[in-house]
Design a protein around this ligand. Structure first.
Ligand code: HXC
Ligand code: NAP
Length: 281
């Protein structure tokens, strides 16, 4: 049987106290890892660490600040004796008409998402290179990094930057045995995301009907993918941006709208009529 083994690995998950970060943490410890969760709110982190058990270590850190990241990762190495992987999951996002955004509002998201990911990756990469040991950076982006996205301009801009950082570092640090990948989730209902991005229950139902799978992602599905990526089962996998979205991102492809006609016989009849009409004499 193939098993995901993360025994003795020390993994740092930013924003690990809530949502998808917490679920990834649960998966990592089930595979044997020690996980450091960090974020700004100490009570949230403490509650999560208590709920998940002794393999989870709560450290407060604000990823926007280099000093805070330097302090966190120095302490992790000192307290736990090693550092194997970083999961850059911390993020900020909200819905807004772009013409109303203040400079501080744009910066609030970019600082967490892009600067935070840079700070963590910069520290860990230098540490692994100096100590001649392999490492892994896993970034959590979104499916709109290639297309952009209306009403979430700061997030779309920052996540596109994180995607570029992922691809750049994957190549630059490959000779040192450092893998750099990203997961691009579609919609996963979490308190943090839904409270800021779902304008109401009706909207949530309407949105779901639009999804080709007719359902939202389940956090444990993302947790399993993250655990696999960090494991020794994927040593050649680097520089990858992996969507997990039930194919939602493909909606714009020209004829995909036809899939919304769920009665197959209606579709087949329409295609047959076209064929008959275009057949050569
Ligand atoms: C417009 C807003 C705003 C909003 C804040 N601001 N919220 N502007 N619409 N909803 C503006 C403020 O007015 C202020 O500008 C500036 O942003 C900074 O605000 P603060 O409240 O001081 O910011 P801060 O405390 O740093 O909080 C950052 C945050 C907050 C991003 C605004 O929401 C946060 O902490 N979020 C963390 C968790 C989170 O967002 N999770 C969702 C991730 S989900 P002025 O000019 O007035 O001073 C995700 C999913 C993607 O990313 C894809 C889904 C399918
Ligand atoms: P979430 O629960 O709100 O997670 C965000 C986390 O980031 C929180 O734990 C928050 O903790 C932390 N954080 C924010 N600012 C920070 C800072 N300055 N320093 C350290 N930590 C900080 O939302 P989620 O849905 O689980 O999102 C997790 C990741 O998935 C994000 O990268 C998000 O963009 C991505 N994603 C989610 C979805 C979805 O549908 N849920 C879709 C696509 C991508 P504190 O506030 O305590 O600091």
């Amino acid at each position: 049987m193939l098993t995901i083994d993360l025994t003795n690995k020390v993994i740092v998950v930013t924003g690990g106290g809530t949502g998808l970060g917490r679920v990834m943490t649960e998966h990592f410890i089930r595979c044997g890892a020690q996980v450091v969760i960090c974020g700004r709110r100490e009570t949230v982190l403490r509650e999560t660490a208590q709920a998940l058990g002794p393999a989870v270590h709560a450290y407060s850190c604000d990823v926007r600040e280099w000093e805070s990241v330097d302090n966190l990762l120095s302490r992790v190495v000192k307290d736990l004796g090693r550092l194997d992987a970083i999961v850059n999951n911390a993020a900020g996002n909200f819905l807004a008409a772009s013409e109303t955004l203040s400079s501080r509002a744009f910066r609030a998201v970019v600082d967490i998402v892009l600067m935070g990911t840079f700070h963590m990756s910069r520290w860990a990469g230098a540490y692994w290179i100096e100590n001649r040991q392999p490492g892994h950076i896993l970034n959590i982006v979104t499916t709109y990094t290639d297309t952009g996205c209306a009403f979430v301009l700061p997030s779309a801009s920052a996540k596109a930057g994180v995607q570029a950082l992922t691809l750049s570092l994957a190549y630059e640090w490959a000779p040192y045995g450092i893998r750099v990948n990203a997961i691009a989730p579609g919609p996963f209902p979490t308190e943090g995301a839904w409270s800021r991005l779902m304008p109401g229950r009706d909207f949530e139902e309407q949105y779901k009907k639009r999804l080709p799978t007719q359902r939202y992602g389940r956090p444990e599905e993302l947790g399993a993918l993250a655990a696999f990526l960090l494991s020794d089962l994927a040593p050649y996998l680097t520089g990858a941006i992996i969507p997990i979205d039930g194919a939602e991102r493909l909606q714009g492809a020209m004829f995909n709208y036809l899939a919304q006609i769920t009665d197959r016989d209606t579709l087949k009849a329409a295609f047959a009529a076209l064929k008959a009409a275009t057949r050569k004499e």
